[in-house]
Design a binder for this molecule. Structure first.
Ligand SMILES: C[S@@+](CC[C@H](N)C(=O)[O-])C[C@H]1O[C@@H](n2cnc3c(N)ncnc32)[C@H](O)[C@@H]1O
Length: 182
């Protein structure tokens, strides 16, 4: 896997991603959720408040500590796993992959990891920067089709009408499930 370093002046967003808020009603107490590359936990917080169990997963210990503090305040059920330490002990009903893929020139490693961490009937909520006018990374996706194809290549398919869209802030996003072998 290619390991990218954070830009020095990188600042985490503080309000939850609109993509997550749009789908918040789909999360409930029965869900085991993985927040892959959780950063400061801004997206985990509203999901914890819905009663879901959330695994906060990141390779950056400072971000994880911040996410843990935010999660504790919700009183919700969560655990904290540093990426690369010990892998993950379980499979998940839902995985958030928000704002991570644009950091990698080659996306298949991360998307395939998500595929392996997801239950067979689970859902992947994936969102990543598109057009470079919104993000300085040279590894943004070039189009929603490019974004979708990267997921299809790793064994995912679309969830019906929840199609990949481009937001005004330049994010491409979609809900995916595991493709069933025909
Ligand atoms: C741009 S931040 C987005 C954080 C959060 N998802 C959000 O929406 O605010 C990307 C995060 O992904 C984490 N990350 C990047 N590659 C990772 C990997 N291979 N495993 C776990 N975390 C990773 C980084 O440490 C960083 O915290």
């Amino acid at each position: 896997m290619v390991i990218m370093t954070e830009p020095k002046r990188f600042r985490y967003q503080t309000i939850p991603a609109s993509f997550v808020m749009d789908h918040l009603g789909e999360f409930g107490p029965e869900d085991m959720v993985l927040d892959f590359g959780c950063g400061n936990g801004r997206n985990a917080v509203p999901i914890l408040r819905r009663g879901a169990h959330v695994t906060l997963y990141d390779r950056n210990p400072k971000a994880l500590a911040e996410a843990e503090r935010a999660a504790k305040k919700t009183g919700g059920r969560f655990d904290v796993v540093r990426a690369n330490d010990s892998g993950l002990p379980r499979k998940y009903d839902k995985i958030l992959l928000i704002g991570v893929l644009h950091m990698y020139p080659e996306k298949s490693g991360i998307i395939s990891e998500c595929h392996s961490f997801l239950k067979d009937d689970g859902l992947l909520y994936s969102s990543s920067f598109g057009t470079p006018k919104h993000c300085k990374s040279p590894y943004c996706f070039s189009s929603p089709v490019d974004f979708a194809d990267a997921h299809y290549a790793c064994g995912f398919e679309h969830m019906g009408m929840r199609i990949v869209v481009e937001r005004s802030n330049g994010f491409f996003e979609g809900v995916f499930r595991k493709a069933v072998d025909k």
